[in-house]
Write a protein that binds this ligand. Structure first.
Ligand code: NAP
Length: 256
């Protein structure tokens, strides 16, 4: 018997099999959850569809989170197919490449808005649509963040500011939705090689730095985020909400 038998989970943010959202999907699926996936464009559909179908998912829908009508269609379909929702995973972020390389002070108004919209506001929009489907079921929402929200990580720039807004949103959403029995949390993951990470200048150096300084003297892998997501989204995490949990080999506790 699986920990998530009979549970329905919507996953936003699988780009390929290296995505953190995919590792989370595998962990939830292994415990019996039924999954629905979204993809952000035709090119991604080609990569997401085979992965999703490989674990028996029938619901695979387009969703660019900057488009309200696409978000709405996803949740309408989930309501039709499932009648409700237990888990929502938000693993989405985007910033212009130049904003992840130039000094932060040069961030354009458009670049700032874009990073905030895709990486922080999207969680609020998805939560607003997911909440009515979770009422009465004790639902759980989870997003992905990074410690560039708390400390300056050179080159993370506008994404660090967007992650700070995302983490604050987790707390405000937890407050809003808690009375309905819905929990909202974030995992602050250490650096992992993924498509999104390849946009960050000097990412290799970040990995090296973490493996030297983190208490566990290594980097993390996506399956470790998957296991923590399972904990937070299942009964095991039933009293945890509004939390940002670091899954980073301990790196974030270090002062030097
Ligand atoms: P990833 O595989 O590239 O996933 C990022 C996802 O965001 C992709 O599926 C991407 O689709 C999607 N996305 C971007 N813009 C979108 C939009 N407008 N609408 C819908 N989806 C959109 O990279 P990842 O590293 O697993 O990232 C997942 C989350 O983990 C992100 O929030 C990231 O900041 C966070 N995180 C990553 C690390 C790390 O080191 N990798 C560490 C801590 C936190 P497209 O490819 O089409 O843009």
């Amino acid at each position: 018997m699986g920990l998530l038998d009979g549970k329905k989970a919507a996953i936003f943010g699988v780009a390929n099999d290296r995505s953190i959202a995919w590792a989370i999907s595998e962990a939830l699926h292994a415990e019996g959850a039924e999954l629905a996936f979204t993809f952000a464009g035709e090119i991604l559909e080609k990569r997401v569809r085979p992965l999703a179908e490989g674990i028996g998912s029938r619901i695979i829908l387009p969703c660019d989170v900057t488009k309200d009508e696409e978000i709405e269609k996803v949740f309408t379909r989930l309501k039709q197919e499932w009648g409700g929702l237990d888990i929502m995973i938000h693993a989405i972020a985007f910033a212009n490449k130049e904003d992840l390389a130039n000094p932060y002070v040069q961030t354009s108004r458009h670049g700032f808005h874009l990073a905030m919209d895709v990486s922080a506001y999207s969680m609020v929009a998805l939560a607003r649509h997911a909440a009515p489907l979770m009422e009465g079921r004790g639902g759980s929402m989870l997003t992905l963040t990074y410690m560039g929200s708390e400390k300056v990580i050179p080159n993370y720039n506008v994404m660090g500011v967007a992650k700070a807004a995302l983490e604050a949103s987790v707390r405000y959403l937890a407050h809003d939705l808690g009375p309905k029995g819905i929990r909202v949390n974030a995992i602050s993951a250490g650096p992992i090689r993924t498509l999104a990470a390849s946009g960050i200048a000097d990412f290799k150096e970040m990995l090296h730095h973490v493996s030297e300084r983190a208490p566990l003297k290594r980097n993390i892998d996506a399956t470790e985020v998957g296991k923590t997501a399972l904990f937070l989204c299942s009964e095991w995490g039933s009293a945890i909400t509004g939390e940002v949990l670091h899954v980073d080999a301990g790196y974030s506790i270090m002062g030097k």
